[in-house]
Design a protein around this ligand. Sequence first.
Ligand code: SF4
Length: 80
Amino acid sequence: MATFLDISVQSEALSPEQRARLVTSCPVEIFALYGDQVIVRDDQVDECTLCEVCLKIAPAKAILIRKKYKDDVLISAGES
Ligand code: SF4
């Protein structure tokens, strides 16, 4: 379990193309494909740099990044 962050993804809210883009775009490989679904690699979560690239790929509210050390949640807003 990660110490600093919780990251969740609603895979079913993403298109197959968005799932593939998440996996290839995160610089620290937080996301992986499991069958045709995208999952969060729990062992990798604390490596997140909060770059927000994933939040720009995913549809609104499909990804949540909760900072455990602070009362703050980053939420995907969908591509603009
Ligand atoms: S914020 Fe950046 S480092 Fe963190 S999960 Fe998203 S793409 Fe990966």
